[in-house]
Write a protein that binds this ligand. Structure first.
Ligand SMILES: [Zn+2]
Length: 189
């Protein structure tokens, strides 16, 4: 099994520490950006007084390379209200890029290639061995269902978060792992 390449964010050590026993949940995201390099630039941006920013713990490229940006025993900012007990996995995918919050860009068109999904399944399997209390999995869109006014027409409200979106193959992934899917979108499949 291939290992995730460790490529920790410069502020990794400033993120709040926790026990790996606190982790119960995996949250699947997509970057909604053109590539991992751009995602890294976004991830390195400082947003908080603690000198930290927003990122997942792991990133999986379309080519199937996986990288660890934050250690499992650090709390990353990747999902509102659920950071303390979760690990975030970001998939390289355009999503709604670059018109995230415009009304005409609210369909996810970018497919997840099999190489990327296989690498994600490997990563999840590895995490199940490393994190003794890991039990659940869901998508970001199931945990953050807030609506916001669209940029081009404030009278029309759109989803703030849609990742990983309808093209993410939940059924295929759930067949290969033993976590419980607590997301409504995943359960429907
Ligand atoms: Zn997300």
């Amino acid at each position: 099994m291939s290992e995730s390449l460790k490529f920790l964010l410069p502020y990794n050590n400033k993120l709040k520490k926790r026990s790996t026993e606190d982790v119960e949940l995996l949250v699947i995201h997509c970057t909604e950006l053109p590539n991992i390099k751009t995602a890294r630039e976004y991830g390195e941006k400082i947003h908080y007084q603690s000198g930290t920013g927003n990122s997942g713990h792991y990133y999986v490229s379309k080519q199937g390379d996986s990288y660890q940006w934050v250690e499992n025993n650090r709390i990353a900012h990747h999902v509102k209200d659920h950071n303390n007990n979760s690990v975030g996995i970001e998939l390289d995918n355009l999503g709604r890029y670059p018109n995230w919050h415009k009304t005409n860009a609210q369909v996810m068109h970018d497919e997840y290639p099999p190489t990327q999904i296989n690498s994600l399944i490997e990563l999840i399997t590895k995490l199940q061995k490393q994190l003794p209390n890991l039990k659940y999995i869901t998508g970001h869109e199931d945990l953050d269902t807030r609506l916001i006014p669209s940029e081009n027409n404030p009278e029309i409200f759109i989803r703030r978060k849609m990742d990983p979106g309808k093209l993410f193959p939940w059924a295929q992934v759930m067949k290969k792992i033993t976590l419980i899917n607590i997301g409504t979108l995943g359960k429907k499949l």
